[in-house]
Design a protein around this ligand. Structure first.
Ligand SMILES: Nc1nc2c(ncn2[C@@H]2O[C@H](COP(=O)(O)OP(=O)(O)OP(=O)(O)O)[C@@H](O)[C@H]2O)c(=O)[nH]1
Ligand SMILES: [Mg+2]
Length: 284
């Protein structure tokens, strides 16, 4: 078993198209919800978003807070707050969005005051929801609307086009397909995005992603690695680890040899299903 260090670079045509359409619609937008995943608060943040949305008022919405290692994530969120970001961390499965709505209303009051001064009518806040694939943009919309109004799913690329959704007379939302950036220079970031399903599986080398996950767990959460797989050490070629996991989980091919492809799938699925508990893969 070897980590291939395949370079991951996924920026399909539809992402370029989404960016173009966002640019075209920007004049209509009052506020941006920039959505990031709490388990990867650095890796899932779109690096060229400033360029795309310019200086529109922005709220950093941190989803999946229930799944993250809150102590580690909070350190990063504090840094964003120190950089003057408005940050709202959410558990979209159980929590409410009151704080987000209240900040939105405050920003919109300011915008409407200026409109009235200029002789225009007050209007509902038009909010663009933007972020990497699979971070929970559409789930956020369903939460805000209070029912299932757009499709969601734990794979990248569920939302295919920009679409407006009305929350109430005060807020309208523009859902958008997940975007990344054209050239992913940092492969650590790319692998983290891949580990948490923000990059399309078809372009990935699954052994590579599984080995990356083992390495990260060994570095940050060795107890969880031991608890789930009995692994207390990780060698460079991952063979022992794969053998142990394969034995434990009964991942055998015909003839009783360990099926490494299946072991890779198990590791990835365990991470995505939350079997390692609350974890965060980014550090500052
Ligand atoms: N536990 C937990 N799961 C969440 C949360 N937010 C979103 N999810 C899950 O994350 C997955 C992705 O959600 P989507 O809303 O489809 O993500 P998206 O950003 O719209 O994805 P694309 O349209 O593919 O770009 C779904 O399986 C959601 O149930 C959260 O706060 N907590
Ligand atoms: Mg979506």
């Amino acid at each position: 078993m070897k980590e291939n260090k395949t370079n991951i670079n996924w920026f399909p045509g539809h992402m370029a198209k989404t960016k173009r359409e966002i640019r075209e619609k920007l004049d209509l937008i009052d506020i941006i919800y920039e959505v990031i995943d709490a388990r990867m608060p650095i890796s899932s943040k779109i690096v060229d978003l400033d360029e795309l949305v310019m200086d529109k008022p922005r709220i950093l919405v941190v989803t999946k807070y229930d799944l993250c290692d809150q102590k580690k994530t909070d350190i990063i969120l504090e840094q964003y707050k120190n950089m003057n970001y408005s940050v709202v961390a959410l558990d979209l499965m159980n929590g409410n969005c009151n704080e987000l709505l209240s900040i939105t209303n405050t920003i919109m009051k300011g915008i409407n005051a200026i409109r009235v001064q200029k002789g225009m009518k007050e209007r509902a806040a038009r909010v663009l929801i933007v972020g990497a694939p699979n971070v929970g943009k559409s789930t956020l919309i369903n939460r805000l609307v209070g029912r299932k109004s757009v499709n969601v799913g734990n794979t990248p690329g569920v939302t295919k086009s920009l679409s407006w959704i009305r929350v109430n007379k005060e807020i309208e939302l523009l859902d958008s397909p997940g975007i990344l950036w054209p050239k992913m220079e940092d492969q650590e970031v790319a692998h983290t995005l891949a580990a948490f399903s923000s990059i399309k599986e078809e372009i990935l080398n699954l052994d590579d992603i599984a080995c990356f996950i083992l390495k990260k767990l060994f570095e940050y959460y060795p107890d969880k690695l031991e608890e789930r797989y009995g692994i207390t050490d990780l060698d460079d070629n991952f063979i022992e680890a794969y053998e142990m996991i394969g034995q434990r989980r009964g991942a055998f091919s015909k003839g009783g040899v360990i099926n490494y492809d299946r072991v890779s799938e198990i590791i990835i699925r365990d991470l995505r299903s939350g079997y390692f508990g609350k974890i965060t893969f980014d550090r500052i």
